[in-house]
Design a binder for this molecule. Structure first.
Ligand code: FES
Length: 370
């Protein structure tokens, strides 16, 4: 067996680990319990650098390196995942010669990525779109929060339900309403901030937890919907915090453009219902529009319905009644749905297969700073 010298033994003291590059090969070296071991540095999941991982002793009293990107674990001495998993990181033999740590040129145990019998995210992974040439699927998303046990009327959410009802009665649409407050979903955990490739599609959190509530948004928004109508209250001049919680988790969609030059949202339309007791409808619309255009959505003319009664309208007990008695509101909901549906019907005929996104792409990273 051929061995490649990597580093001097003194450069890897006991209880340390790091990745070392030699030519085209990068190896993660570990020195624990008096043993030096070597694994391929790029995690078989998505390529996280195991040399930057942390070490954990598991119940089997073996040391494992925990991948810094999404937490997969590998036994330092065997490269194997913990009991119950068949995955394995490539393992190299190690010898120390003339004070140098040398690793075998080829792995003594190859990497193995186990096929998981049933993949709960298979439809997201393969982008199994459910839209068709004739579908008219309209997704309503309500970003209103309220106490489940003490429900109260919400202007934005009631208007959204009204909009979906009109989509059914006037245009024969299929509709679906998702209330964000009823989804149990985690905050974005910022994998992107460690490495752009660590923010994956499907979302890294979905990969760890197939029951995470955002999976319903990913399926409904990316795979099922032809149009989305998002309804939010105004909170301190902004969209609701639930909206932002969802938006952060949609980085997985936008990041596919950055990392893989892949646009997941094509030929889809979005409109908004924005209501607040006081003001900043246009400011909120601006934020929503700039985010959704970054995902790839298209806007109909006049794509938001706004309602606010002004700075001094603190009589919130009257807000809901006034909202629904208002002729402008009743007409505008119909107009919003009509414009949304008309645009869906038009853009369905557009060939978006070659759609390009004028967004920064990692493939251009070298030129971004030029
Ligand atoms: S890249 Fe290692 S766990 Fe995802």
């Amino acid at each position: 067996m051929q061995y490649i010298p990597l580093i001097h033994l003194s450069d890897l003291p006991e209880n340390t680990h790091k990745s070392v590059k030699n030519g085209s090969k990068t190896i993660a070296l570990f020195h624990y319990g008096g043993i030096i071991s070597a694994l391929d540095h790029a995690c078989i999941h998505k390529g996280g650098d195991l040399g930057e991982g942390f070490i954990q002793m598991l119940d089997d009293q073996e040391r494992y390196v925990v991948c810094p990107w999404h937490g997969w674990q590998y036994n330092l001495k065997t490269g194997k995942a913990p009991y119950g998993y068949l995955d394995r990181q490539a393992l190299y033999d190690v010898i120390v010669e003339n004070g140098m740590i040398c690793v075998s040129e080829k792995p003594v145990a190859d990497a193995f990525r186990a096929e998981h019998e049933s993949d709960p995210l298979a439809d997201l992974r393969s982008l199994s779109y459910q839209t068709t040439a004739s579908s008219l699927n309209i997704l309503g998303i309500s970003a209103t929060n309220m106490n489940r046990d003490l429900p109260r009327p919400s202007t934005s959410e009631t208007a959204l339900q009204h909009a979906l009802d009109i989509a059914v009665s006037k245009f024969g649409a299929q509709t679906k309403m998702i209330k964000l407050r009823e989804l149990n979903f985690r905050h974005c955990e910022g994998y992107y901030s460690r490495h752009e490739e660590a923010c994956t599609w499907p979302c890294s959190i979905s990969e760890m937890d197939a029951d995470d509530g955002m999976n319903e948004i990913y399926r409904s928004m990316v795979l099922w919907a032809d149009a989305v109508i998002l309804a939010t209250p105004i909170r301190w001049g902004n969209a609701s915090s639930l909206y932002y919680k969802m938006a952060e988790r949609l980085n997985t969609v936008q990041n596919q453009i950055t990392t893989h030059d892949k646009v997941l949202i094509k030929n889809k339309v979005v409109s908004f219902i924005i209501t607040g007791g006081q003001d900043n409808v246009q400011g909120v619309a601006g934020q929503l529009n700039s985010f959704f255009t970054d995902l790839g959505f298209t806007f109909p003319p006049f794509n938001f319905l706004g309602w606010s009664r002004g700075w001094i309208a603190e009589d919130m007990e009257n807000n809901y009644t006034r909202f629904f008695k208002n002729r402008y509101v009743r007409r505008s909901v119909i107009d919003l749905v009509t414009n949304t549906v008309k645009l869906v019907q038009q853009i369905k005929h557009m060939d978006a297969s070659q759609l390009q996104a004028p967004k920064p792409k990692i493939s251009e990273a070298g030129s971004l700073s030029e």
